[in-house]
Design a protein around this ligand. Structure first.
Ligand code: SAH
Length: 523
């Protein structure tokens, strides 16, 4: 990643550290519209200065070590014209960067489009700091994609103009509506809802036909995105925007036949927002399964996975792997740690000799298969008790190696030992609940209306109760298993759905079933 890394090399010797500012586009709101470069910047940032409108699902990509700061709304900065919010933010960036920090200025959409970039940049340049721009998907492009609209077309639209509708009354002289109305193309009107009558009226006066198609996209990429077809005449009459939540963008004249048909067919969880609390890097399966049913999944990791507490012990166990009858993996993390340690030792699959491999569930066995190992046993009941049933009688007085988290349930090792087997356990990774959630994440969650939260282990249940408090009582809670549900109940939370099978599909099915059962009950 050339943009965020090597260029940060600090000056040699005792010279003071020099920070740098990255102006990063966050896209319209949906985290899967972040660029890879933006994600990398967020991962490495010491501090992220963001706007109020950057949603929590995007802020969740900021590494736990990175601190979040909301950009000033004006008047709090230093230097000339600091009452301008852009300039005030620019001075804030300078103050942070001169301390040697990697500062990310995260802006909705693209940082160069209606984003006060010039004002924010001026102090940074004046201070002689390094800076860089990372582009983002601007609202016009995201809105066109959401509505299924071509912004240009060989036949009807040979240009695309980005224009502000804000202050249309004041800008009347400065925006040349006569020229705009003559352009054979699409207008994307940013900040256009408040003064829709003024600018739409000006375009009509300048000669654009009243039946020019218009598409309003409200909160594009957010869980409550709405796409509303209209016409220039109706806009000039003020017939738009009453129930149109900000931010919204108006596309005028875009080739419109496609507009009426939503790009994606609704699924059983359409318009449902679901929090996924699994650790970063392990949420993808669940997020994809939810999105496939129409839900908007939001990643909110509550637990962090870290390296093994004693890497030497893990390496020693793996070097002796061929002495075991069974090697048992209690999670995908265990497989990841096993495979990376094996490779780090310069060994391959032959290291396990004739040992057989067992996985607690299908996701874990799939991870083994992805790494080139065949899994010999996956219990029907995908939890410790099931694994015990499946393995207990396979050998007499067998030798078992258990790769597990640094803490967890003891049912499996205790049961195997009780059956006369020899069991070695090694912690393949650490699993730590987050100490706290940034207030900005919590405030963001409060702003978007969560329908469901998924809880996929007892440890995550504990963390959720501590970190989310009363919010948990306001959302519907989906639990992966009876073990997880028991932990929730101990904290006074009764799950609204529990997976029949403790798998991703089982969990999603439980949410769909509970959602259908609850349809019509008003929530
Ligand atoms: N830099 C941003 C634009 C900021 S100006 C970008 O490139 O998209 C703010 C305006 O952008 C809003 O008034 C609205 O018109 C538009 N906008 C930003 N995010 C939006 C979203 N998620 N959905 C619809 N419009 C959005």
């Amino acid at each position: 990643m050339p943009a965020f890394g090597p260029s940060l090399d600090q000056p040699p010797g005792d010279a003071p550290p020099r920070g740098k500012v990255w102006f990063v586009g966050a896209g319209p709101g949906s985290p899967d519209l972040l660029t890879l470069r933006a994600v990398e910047c967020l991962r490495q940032a010491d501090v992220v200065v963001h706007d109020a409108l950057v949603p929590p699902q995007v802020l969740a990509r900021v590494a736990a070590a990175g601190c979040l700061v909301q950009a000033p709304r004006g008047g709090s900065g230093r230097g000339p014209a600091a009452d301008d919010p852009g300039t005030a933010t620019g001075w804030l960036l300078v103050r942070l960067a001169v301390e040697g920090k990697r500062v990310v200025r995260l802006k909705g959409g693209d940082p160069t489009v209606f984003a006060r970039l010039a004002e924010e940049l001026a102090p940074v340049q004046q201070a002689g700091l390094d800076w860089e721009i990372v582009p983002g998907v601007t609202a016009a492009l995201a809105a066109a994609a959401a509505a299924g609209l071509p912004l240009t077309s060989r036949a009807t639209a040979s240009s695309l103009t980005l224009v502000t509708g804000h202050g249309a009354a004041e800008n009347h002289d400065r925006i040349d509506y006569a020229t705009l109305s003559r352009l054979p193309g699409t207008l994307a009107v940013y900040m256009g809802v408040e003064q829709v009558r003024t600018w739409a009226g000006a375009l009509l006066t300048a000669g654009r036909p009243a039946d020019t198609p218009v598409t309003v996209v409200s909160r594009c990429g957010w869980p409550d995105q709405r796409i509303m077809p209209s016409s220039l005449g109706r806009c000039a009459a003020g017939d738009v925007g009453h129930d149109c939540a900000a931010p919204a963008i108006v596309l005028v004249g875009a080739a419109s036949d496609a507009a009426a048909s939503p790009a994606v067919a609704p699924g059983p969880l359409t318009a449902r927002t679901v929090l996924v609390t699994r650790p970063a890097g392990q949420a993808t399966d669940l997020m994809q399964a939810l999105a496939a049913r129409g839900a908007t999944p939001i990643a909110l990791p509550l637990v962090e996975i870290g390296p093994p507490p004693d890497p030497g012990a893990l390496a020693a166990a793996i070097l002796a792997a061929d002495r075991y009858d069974w090697i048992v993996f209690a999670s995908v993390n265990g497989v990841d740690a096993f495979v990376s340690t094996l490779r780090g030792l310069g060994r391959d699959g032959r290291a396990i000799g004739t040992a057989r491999l067992a996985a607690i569930g299908t996701a874990t066995s799939r991870a083994l298969e992805d790494a080139g190992f065949v899994c010999d046993a996956v219990p029907t009941l995908q939890r410790s008790e099931g694994l015990l049933d499946a393995l207990g009688d396979t050998v007499r007085r067998g030798r078992f190696l258990l790769l597990r988290a640094d803490a967890g349930r003891d049912i499996l090792p205790a049961g195997l030992r009780a059956a006369g087997h020899h069991v070695d356990e090694v912690a393949a990774y650490t699993s730590r609940p987050l100490a706290a959630l940034p207030p900005a994440h919590l405030a963001g969650l409060d702003g978007i209306g969560i329908d469901w939260i998924t809880i996929t282990s007892g440890r995550i249940a504990e963390a959720a109760c501590r970190l989310l408090g009363a919010r948990l009582g306001a959302w519907r809670v989906a639990s992966l298993s009876p073990v997880t549900s028991a932990v929730l109940r101990r904290h006074g939370i009764e799950p609204h759905a529990e997976a029949r099978e403790p798998t991703t599909e089982g969990l999603v099915a439980a949410i769909v079933t509970a959602g259908t059962a609850g349809a019509g009950d008003g929530d």
